[in-house]
Design a protein around this ligand. Structure first.
Ligand SMILES: Cc1cc2nc3c(=O)[nH]c(=O)nc-3n(C[C@H](O)[C@H](O)[C@H](O)COP(=O)(O)OP(=O)(O)OC[C@H]3O[C@@H](n4cnc5c(N)ncnc54)[C@H](O)[C@@H]3O)c2cc1C
Length: 371
């Protein structure tokens, strides 16, 4: 089997196929993965998924993540998540979700102000009302993980990795990659937001678009200081579809749009995770459209930082890095699986949840291909 793309979706498919005994080759155009998968927070975030099939897929994916991280001896932090709230309308949504959620299969609960502060030393106490605590989220370091997984797949399962090798055409049993021709039985295309190289007509008709996110990273925090649970806050409650079950959400959305239209305009909310090296990853914003502005907006970084400073109590806030990432997204579907030809699957656009869902999606693809 050939996999196109060594982002997390491609590597998860390589794992799902190779761990079932298939012979796998992965083609990656760049010398190393440099797409959305190395630009994100590294959050495996079931709590963001709507209940039902997507939550179950995220939990299945999380279980596989842990299995892989353990086998590969890679660092990860299964420390859950905290959505911290400072306004009454945010508290109403967090409360309501905490009441409804266990019935839908989420493992979360409302924490009072004191219990939030007991669980996290990284939350600002001033004005804090409480928070939504969930123990299913885990954090990986995306740059460390995406660099190490190919080697693990090679050593453990004999997966062949061809970096710096773009796939130019697929016409089974032939795959043209770089200046080589390979003969394979099946292909899975996980090309991220590249809609132009392979099957451009299918991508053009798919309804997919691109989303650009601005991100920042601090210098390392002092030795020994850890973030604990990954942090989110009130703006995130209006962002993830999971919270759509709350009747109190409309009032929160209305207030945010009225008071802070700039957050709406740039799709801003505040998330914080920590890397293996101790830096804090901060974000993000969302600008949708097929063309991506290659330049970042300082105004957007300022808004993200201003918002995050409102709830994050970190020893050092000096910014060391700024970048943006781009992911593919479908306006309605959580991700796409398309069969452009027998034996070929395009698996694309898990949107802002590709780290969370990748291993679950990959298992489904490989099972569905009867492999
Ligand atoms: C800033 C940011 C923050 C995010 N935070 C999170 C998070 O915390 N949690 C979460 O669950 N999700 C998050 N996401 C979403 C997640 O990162 C993506 O959904 C996921 O990384 C997509 O993985 P992918 O493998 O499909 O794409 P990519 O990582 O973009 O990989 C695609 C790869 O395919 C290669 N490729 C393309 N065409 C070819 C070809 N013809 N031949 C060879 N190689 C090719 C590209 O070079 C690329 O390396 C975030 C996304 C961004 C941008």
């Amino acid at each position: 089997m050939a996999i196109v793309g060594a982002g997390i979706l491609g590597l998860a498919h390589a794992y799902a196929a190779a761990s079932r005994g298939l012979e796998v080759v992965v083609f990656e155009r760049s010398p190393r993965a440099s797409g959305a998968s190395v630009r994100n927070f590294g959050m495996i975030w079931p709590i963001g998924q709507p209940h039902g099939r997507m939550l179950q897929l995220a939990l299945r994916s999380r279980a596989r993540w842990v299995e892989v991280l353990e086998q590969a001896k890679l660092p990860y932090w299964p420390e859950g998540s905290l959505h911290v709230v400072y306004r009454d309308d945010e508290a109403a949504v967090a409360h309501e979700f905490a009441e409804l959620a266990p019935g839908f299969g989420y493992q979360c609960e409302w924490l009072s102000r004191d219990r939030v502060l007991a669980r996290s030393g990284a939350v600002k106490a001033e004005g804090l009302i409480g928070g939504l605590w969930s123990n299913t989220e885990l954090t990986v370091d995306p740059r460390v993980t995406l660099a190490a997984l190919p080697e693990f797949l090679h050593e453990r399962f004999g997966v062949e990795l061809k970096f710096g090798c773009a796939v130019r055409a697929v016409d089974l049993p032939t795959v043209e990659a770089g200046n080589e021709r390979w003969t394979v039985d099946q292909v899975v295309v996980c090309a991220g937001d590249d809609f132009e190289t392979l099957y451009p007509e299918i991508f053009a008709a798919s309804g997919l678009t691109r989303v650009k996110l601005q991100m920042l990273r601090t210098v390392p925090q002092p030795e020994g200081w850890r973030l604990g649970p990954a942090l989110a806050a009130g703006l995130t409650l209006r962002f993830y579809p999971a919270f759509g079950v709350c009747t109190t959400l409309a009032a929160l959305q209305e207030r945010i749009a009225r008071e802070t239209p700039e957050y709406e305009r740039w799709g801003i909310h505040g998330l914080v995770s920590q890397t293996a090296g101790g830096e804090l990853t901060l974000g993000d914003s969302h600008e949708c459209g097929p063309g991506v502005d290659i330049f970042n907006r300082e105004e957007v970084d300022d808004l993200i930082l201003g918002y995050v400073r409102g709830f994050l109590n970190a020893p050092v806030m000096k910014i060391a890095q700024r970048w943006h990432g781009v992911y593919a997204k479908h306006p309605e579907k959580p991700y796409l699986v398309i069969t452009p030809a027998p034996g070929v699957r395009i698996v694309s656009s898990p949107g802002g949840a590709g780290m969370t869902l990748s291993f679950g999606i990959a298992e489904e693809t490989i099972e569905e291909m009867n492999l």
